[in-house]
Design a protein around this ligand. Structure first.
Ligand code: 8YV
Length: 332
């Protein structure tokens, strides 16, 4: 299924022996995505980083860049690709892509919305339960033989608690729908109120945090939301409050989060995303009341396959001269 190691000078041929068009992987892509792409193109894995000379030779021919949710596709990279037509992101988030520059150059950007809504919402609920009931700590408790010495301390109830959701897009709504089964009261913050929704809108994140037991962050990343969750928000969430982040690490001021947890100003946190992945702040690693997962919000076979199919179908459409399926809102 997969092709031999790629190189700029040896394009892989299609069944009719016509060379398959070159596509640049801007970052290390999931094997699933790489394999599927190789059915439509000759994939050049990070050639701009691994072999600059070969990249210079190939760059004028590259019409498609493949990326993942957190991959950086900069104006500098685009400037080296004069034939670039499409940046296909396998992920709903595309904050690493300089979309303004892509628009300026007439480059289409696509992403993979909707197909991961359920998965990320499931992850958010799972993290909330883990933080409330300390399930990872309970597992460690049994394995360490602590149960033999006595019961684990009591934890807190999630059902009926107050949930604040920062970001009320497709995934935010899927989280809210699940939270209803836990009889949680729901309020949200977004760029603007959504009058069609039955939940309270808060124009200020601080005000939302102040009325929440759990604050779940599921807003897009990027400059507009950088450090939206700052010391003031964490203070408002308070010593019993729990922060859950399934969005982007950049949305939370990690230094402020560490301080708030250390000082007991914040009750706990469950984090799936970090500012400098895969590095996690050292201080968090030692905190038993913090749940840490390695950016697995959408990471199931089923959902990653659906995301991969959509990302590859966007590439195939572009290469065949057909309209792409899921352009980002700025490119619609
Ligand atoms: C993955 C994500 O990390 O969709 C996103 O924005 O963050 C993720 O689901 C990844 O991009 C999968 O390719």
């Amino acid at each position: 299924m997969s092709q031999p190691a790629d190189s700029a000078s040896a394009p892989v041929s299609g069944p009719d022996s016509a060379p398959l068009p070159p596509v640049l992987a801007a970052a290390r892509l999931a094997p699933l995505y790489q394999e599927a792409l190789r059915r439509h193109c000759t994939l050049h894995d990070r050639l701009h980083e691994t072999d600059p000379a070969a990249f210079v030779a190939l760059a004028p021919h590259i019409q498609v860049v493949a990326a993942q949710g957190e991959t950086r596709v900069s104006a500098e990279l685009m400037a080296q690709l004069p034939a670039l037509k499409l940046i296909s992101v396998m992920g709903v988030g595309y904050d690493g892509v300089d979309v303004a520059e892509a628009l300026r150059r007439g480059v289409m950007v696509t992403h993979t919305p909707d197909v991961l809504n359920d998965e990320v919402a499931d992850t958010a609920i799972g993290l909330m339960l883990c933080a409330a009931r300390q399930l990872p700590a309970a597992d460690r408790f049994v394995r360490a033989g602590e149960w033999l010495k006595g019961p684990m301390p009591l934890q807190r109830k999630m059902t009926g608690a107050r949930l604040g959701i920062v970001g009320m897009g497709r995934i935010g709504k899927a989280i809210a729908q699940r939270a209803l089964a836990f009889r949680m009261s729901i309020a949200y913050h977004a760029r603007s109120a959504k009058p069609e929704l039955p939940w309270d809108y808060e124009a200020s994140v601080v005000a939302l945090a102040a009325r929440s037991d759990f604050l779940v962050v599921i807003t897009p990343g990027g400059a507009g939301t950088r450090h939206l969750i700052n010391a003031e928000v964490l203070q408002a969430l308070g010593p019993k409050g729990v922060l859950v982040n399934v969005a982007r690490g950049s949305v939370v001021d990690e230094a402020a989060l560490v301080s708030a947890l250390q000082e007991g100003a914040l009750g706990g946190a469950a984090l799936d995303v970090f500012a400098d992945e895969p590095r996690v702040p050292e201080a968090l690693l030692g905190m038993p009341h913090v749940v840490l997962t390695p950016h697995i919000g959408s990471a199931t076979h089923e959902t990653r396959q659906a995301m991969c199919d959509l990302a590859v179908n966007n590439v195939a459409a572009q290469l065949a001269g057909r309209p792409v399926l899921t352009p980002v809102p700025e490119c619609r």
